[in-house]
Design a protein around this ligand. Structure first.
Ligand SMILES: [Zn+2]
Length: 691
């Protein structure tokens, strides 16, 4: 589980970056500023708001008033600030590679990939030709068996169920390769529902604003089909939306998809024909290059069965129209300008409210990341990540682990038996800091300086084959599922492992020059959050080896689940729109990690001071500064469609509400003298203390 799910426009299903549409993209900032005199942007606070009434506004109110979301973004937050910085650095790296006449190896590939994307004139001149082989293959489908084979052949490793929680794929099914839930010594294929062009099932099934979006979606389909000179575009668009609506009806909800226990279904390939009749699964497996794969983990069996039934019940011609549409939609950013603009107008503006398409260089850098991310990351960390920062961050993680262990020891509600297992899990946790120990080999990936769409397609296939090769083999516990220049952090629950990329170890998250208290509230709480994911509502289901096994006594588990239910109710009560609330159940794992992460950061800070009395800085006590650092990290603004999209699809609550989790910490009440009559006040028995 990540600290945040960044959302990226699906360029094509490349690497692990397919997600519901949106595109966070940067403008170049200068330098790495320390905020204020001790790490907090005091000018961004609104001290007219009592902290106990609205702590988020107290810390970030003036920032909110004076900050406009850049026109090429759907949201703007502390993560975006670092993202802009990292992207500007990345631009320098790829442009240098593109300009180097005698570059070779990965650097040549980086340069060629970037140049191909940047050459808009060449892309325009080629018209639809780069997509034609795919369109022809769809046009040639003669029967449902050929359809099944093509559906297998276009399967990509484009979802991630437990690490990045990217469940979305516009392909009919998504594949994730990860350690087997019940046999963690080998990697297994996880098969999950897909096939929707809109972000989530509710976009098809609800009325109101969703009905408007559906009408705009149908118009967008018709427009792209017309651009591609496909006849009867409007009638086809209506049939495509009809088929996708039928798929949406059999889709599981986000809450169910987020439920590991509901996902843990092992099917043998031979059982698919009886458990999910309608699709020729033997032809599908042959197309996917998986005819010998015995076991699959079928994440949402009812959805997989429902989709297979639709393959049988719906006419072949409708499926061909649907596949043609998705081939065009997926390729559109790399087709002539009219296609790319139409794609942005829908995915960027309609679905996320972003008015302006990001500059071409930003899109090109994202394409290079999708194809050759670790090759770029390797150069990035050589230039922008010091051994001193790594050592300091490693020390902080050791601190936070020690504090978390002490919290387990002190838990009043947990039996000694469960505590011993929880401590074993903590002892076995592996930490990746800054960058991976070994780098991905891109030797087999062909990149051409004149083939932008082909590069993205080959990268998607390269990533698929790289993943399929892992099947049946022991997992590589050194592999990274984030890039070093991604602004995020990750818990890999099946591997009991944490990952902290170089790009998040910068202000306002981490600044060696800033006040310790602020660092503990910011990066300390992030580290604590990731540790806690091993013990959240999903992570707690895995033992110290990453096996899905109940290590809890029944009584302890009941208490843990009751605390989770209370936290879910707390977040259900937050209502960004009159008609749409935060989903407490969908976001529960993240909210548990926030509560426990912050509590651990407070303890770790106290341990680090070794009893020294803290001094006030600009009128703030050390513990006040810790909470300011925490809430500052969660400053965020979003356009309405993007916020609605997030509330429907994202396991993370909006930043504003994540900051309010301070209400569950006794230390916050003391630090800010929060009284009973204040809006955020919770009586002690209602403060959720999970760990
Ligand atoms: Zn998280």
């Amino acid at each position: 589980m990540r600290i945040l799910r960044t959302v990226v426009v699906p360029l094509l299903a490349v690497a692990a970056c397919s997600a519901p549409p949106d595109r966070p993209q940067p403008a170049a900032p200068a330098g790495v500023p320390q905020l204020g005199t001790f790490g907090v942007d005091l000018g961004g606070m609104d001290r007219t708001v009592p902290p106990g009434d609205d702590f988020y506004a107290y810390v970030n109110g003036n920032w909110t008033k004076r900050t406009a979301i850049p026109p090429d973004r759907s949201r703007y937050n502390s993560f975006s600030v670092l993202d802009e910085r990292a992207r500007a650095r990345e631009r320098a790296i790829v442009e240098e590679a593109a300009a180097a006449a005698e570059a070779s190896g990965d650097r040549k590939k980086i340069g060629d990939c970037y140049r191909a994307y940047m050459d808009a004139a060449a892309i325009d001149a080629k018209g639809l030709a780069p997509a034609q082989p795919d369109l022809d293959a769809i046009g040639a489908l003669a029967d449902k068996q050929a359809l099944a084979r093509l559906l297998g052949g276009t399967l990509r490793a484009d979802v991630d169920l437990l690490n990045s929680t990217n469940w979305y794929t516009d392909r009919l099914f998504g594949l994730w390769v990860a350690p087997h839930l019940f046999k963690p010594a080998i990697c297994a294929p996880y098969l999950v529902q897909g096939g929707l062009g809109l972000p989530e099932r509710d976009y098809y099934l609800e009325g109101g604003g969703m009905a408007t979006i559906r009408t705009q979606y149908a118009a967008y389909i018709a427009k792209v089909l017309t651009l591609a000179q496909v006849a009867d575009a409007e009638a086809k668009a209506a049939r495509i939306v009809g088929l996708e609506t039928a798929i949406a009806r059999v889709h599981a909800t986000g809450e169910d998809t987020n439920d590991v226990k509901k996902g843990a279904n092992v099917w043998r390939l031979a059982e698919f024909a009886s458990k999910a009749p309608g699709l020729d699964w033997a032809a599908w497996a042959a197309g996917a290059g998986l005819p010998q794969q015995d076991e699959f983990i079928v994440w949402k069996p009812a959805a997989v069965a429902g989709i297979a039934a639709l393959v049988a019940s719906e006419p072949l011609d409708t499926w061909k129209e649907y596949l043609l549409w998705h081939a065009l939609d997926r390729s559109a950013p790399l087709l002539p300008k009219a296609f790319a603009d139409a794609h942005f107008a829908f995915h960027g503006t309609v679905l996320n409210g972003t008015p302006q398409q990001p500059d071409r260089w930003k899109r090109a850098v994202a394409a290079v990341d999708g194809a050759l991310g670790e090759a770029v990351g390797r150069i990035y960390v050589e230039r922008h990540f010091s051994a001193a920062t790594k050592a300091r961050a490693d020390a902080m993680v050791r601190d936070l682990l020690a504090a978390f262990g002490a919290r387990i020891d002190a838990l009043p509600w947990m039996s000694a038996q469960t505590k011993a297992r929880a401590k074993q899990k903590l002892a076995g946790m592996q930490i990746g800091m800054g960058y991976p120990d070994h780098w991905r080999d891109y030797g087999a990936l062909e990149v051409r300086a004149d083939d932008a769409l082909g590069n993205a397609q080959r990268a998607g296939l390269f990533e698929y084959r790289r993943n399929v090769q892992k099947l049946g083999a022991p997992p590589d516990r050194g592999e990274w599922y984030l890039l070093p220049h991604e602004v995020n952090a990750l818990n890999v629950p099946i591997e009991n492992r944490l990952i902290f990329p170089a790009a998040i170890l910068e202000p306002p998250f981490f600044d060696p020059a800033a006040d310790d208290a602020v660092n503990y509230g910011a990066i300390g709480a992030v580290i604590g959050h990731e540790i806690s994911h091993s013990y959240d509502s999903s992570g707690a289901l895995f033992d110290e080896h990453g096996k899905l096994e109940n290590w809890w006594t029944p009584d302890d588990l009941a208490k843990f689940e009751a605390a989770g239910a209370a936290l879910a109710a707390q977040f259900d009560a937050y209502r960004p729109f009159p008609d749409l609330a935060v989903n407490g159940k969908l976001t529960l794992g993240e909210n548990i990690a926030d509560v426990a992460g912050l509590a651990t950061a407070i303890d770790a800070y106290r341990l680090s001071q070794r009893g020294r009395p803290g001094q006030a800085l600009e009128g703030f006590t050390p513990e006040q500064r810790l909470f300011l650092g925490f809430a500052q990290v969660w400053r965020s603004k979003a356009r309405e469609p993007a916020l609605r999209n997030q509330l429907k699809t994202n396991v993370h609550a909006p930043g504003e509400y994540r900051a309010l989790t301070v209400r569950n910490q006794d230390a916050w009440y003391t630090a800010f003298a929060v009284q009973k009559d204040m809006k955020l006040f919770l009586p002690p028995e209602q403060r959720v203390k999970v760990w």
